[in-house]
Design a protein around this ligand. Structure first.
Ligand code: NDP
Length: 450
């Protein structure tokens, strides 16, 4: 990067930091994208004059609201809810809802920012948004979860709609929570519409939606391997998390002949040197309860070691798939992966690697796919659910799986097109950021200042 560009980039990053103090995750996400696209951005007079990057570092709007509900003891609980509508330039806002005690406005702003560019990569007409609450569902009864979802929707319903903003699931928001959210929305507006995705198949949901993020991640990984004339069959894969994304990635990987050596929760890691069997993963997908309990059931059925409070990254593997949460791989974890000769890291979670970890992967020539590319399968399928709802139709499983595969292959091709080839190393971050930014920036420019 030229000296002028380096100074311009630093000024931009400082400007964002000053406008968003105490928001480390949001600053991190903006910094990562800006560092990759800045040389291209400065060469494009139109974008610069229209301040497209500056505009995209500010959400269209952020809605904050109180969520009051009664627990099973009749005690009133007060939580906070948010919806960040980041950019609607290429379609209705689209992105999940997360219920977790770690949810803050910074976390949701970073997720919504990432979502805008991820959605652009899918090629579908969907803008970027994200929402959630600091509500912690662990230990809550079924009735409490339902009451919380209804209280959350009591405010959210004003801001969403099939052509406005279409939420979906994320951490701790799965099929059950989407059911409660959708039911309450439908009763409030007295309309049956596709205003949420991830719905049950019986009321407007789509085949393959639940599997899409994890399966899409493995389809993307296969493209990365094919680029190096390698195959998935026989490789050892370390996966973190044991939720929707992790388990479906594990399921597809084992069905394709890979060996999944770890799954994890916030309490520890299940490690199996010979690989966690397909049937155990299939059963875990059907099991309800905490993810730690799900992993301990696998251990008691099939063996393996429970590594309390440990992350998966100390185990030998060819491929690492972080599928739990943001910044779960730090520099020490990245070094451990490099030391064990891991060749590929593909993100199932959003921004699971710190900036130091990302740098270390690059220095060690470990291929590293960013979540905005490799986990885009979920939102792509959500886009296809919206299309089915709008046309009052239901597509079959095979058709949707083929479409998912096609979209992931196309995202991979976009990454490769812009990844560069320094010492024959493909920089997937750069490729994804450039391809995505071009689409969003052109749409923002074409629609004038506003
Ligand atoms: P789930 O709630 O189904 O599962 C989350 C998993 O991650 C659980 O095993 C959970 O363990 C673990 N986890 C969560 N927070 C932490 C933490 N702070 N430290 C360690 N482990 C943690 O969520 P999803 O599988 O849906 O989402 C996982 C990731 O994938 C998120 O980053 C999400 O944004 C991203 N993603 C999800 C998509 C989807 O379609 N669902 C689409 C694209 C990205 P425990 O229960 O013990 O906390």
């Amino acid at each position: 990067m030229s000296d002028n560009n380096a100074t311009g980039l630093r000024d931009f990053i400082d400007w964002v930091q000053q406008r968003n103090p105490h928001e480390p995750e949001f600053n991190q996400a903006v910094r990562e994208l800006a560092s990759d696209i800045y040389p291209m951005y400065t060469e494009h007079q139109g974008w610069r004059a229209a301040k497209v990057l500056e505009r995209l570092s500010e959400a269209d709007r952020i809605i904050t609201f109180r969520v009051c509900w009664e627990d099973d003891h009749g005690e009133v609980q007060v939580n906070r809810g948010w919806r960040v509508q980041h950019c609607g330039a290429i379609g209705p806002y689209k992105g999940g809802v997360r219920f977790h005690r770690t949810v803050t406005v910074s976390v949701l702003k970073f997720l919504a920012f990432e979502q805008t560019f991820k959605n652009a990569l899918t090629g579908l007409p969907i803008g970027g948004g994200k929402g959630g609450s600091d509500f912690d569902p662990s230990g809550r009864s079924e009735r409490e979860i339902m009451r919380f979802c209804q209280a959350f929707m009591d405010e959210l319903y004003r801001h969403i709609g099939e052509n406005t903003d279409v939420p979906a699931g994320d951490i701790n928001v799965g099929r059950r929570e989407i059911g409660y959210l959708f039911g309450h929305y439908r009763r409030l507006v007295n309309t049956f519409s596709g205003a949420l995705t991830g719905k049950d198949i019986e009321f407007g949901g789509s085949h393959v939606r639940m599997e899409a993020t994890g399966y899409g991640l493995i389809y993307f990984l296969r493209c990365m391997l094919a680029q190096r004339e390698q195959e998935l069959d026989g490789l050892s894969i370390a996966i973190s998390g044991a939720g929707n994304v992790a388990l479906h990635a594990a399921q597809k990987a084992t069905h394709l002949g890979a060996k999944v050596v770890t799954l994890s929760s916030s309490q520890g890691t299940l490690f199996s040197k010979q690989g966690i069997p397909c049937e155990a993963i299939d059963r875990a997908i059907e099991q309800s309860g905490s993810t730690t309990d799900v992993l301990k059931t696998i251990q008691s059925d099939c063996g393996g070691d429970w590594l309390k409070d440990e992350k998966p990254w100390g185990q030998r593997c060819d491929v690492a798939l972080p599928c739990a949460t943001q910044n779960e791989i730090d520099a020490d974890d990245a070094q451990a992966l490099a030391d064990s000769h891991c060749q590929i890291v593909a993100e199932g979670a959003n921004m699971p690697c710190t900036e130091d970890a990302t740098r270390l992967f690059k220095e060690n020539k470990i291929l590293h796919a960013p979540g905005k590319a490799s986990n885009a399968g979920g939102v792509a399928l959500s886009g296809l659910e919206m299309a089915q709802n709008a046309s009052f139709s239901r597509w079959d499983q095979e058709q949707l799986n083929d479409k998912l595969l096609e979209i992931m292959q196309d995202i991979h091709a976009q990454c490769i097109q812009h990844a560069g080839d320094e010492d024959s190393y493909k920089d997937y971050h750069r490729g994804a950021n450039i391809a995505a930014f071009q689409r969003v920036a052109n749409a923002v420019m074409a629609q004038g200042v506003g």
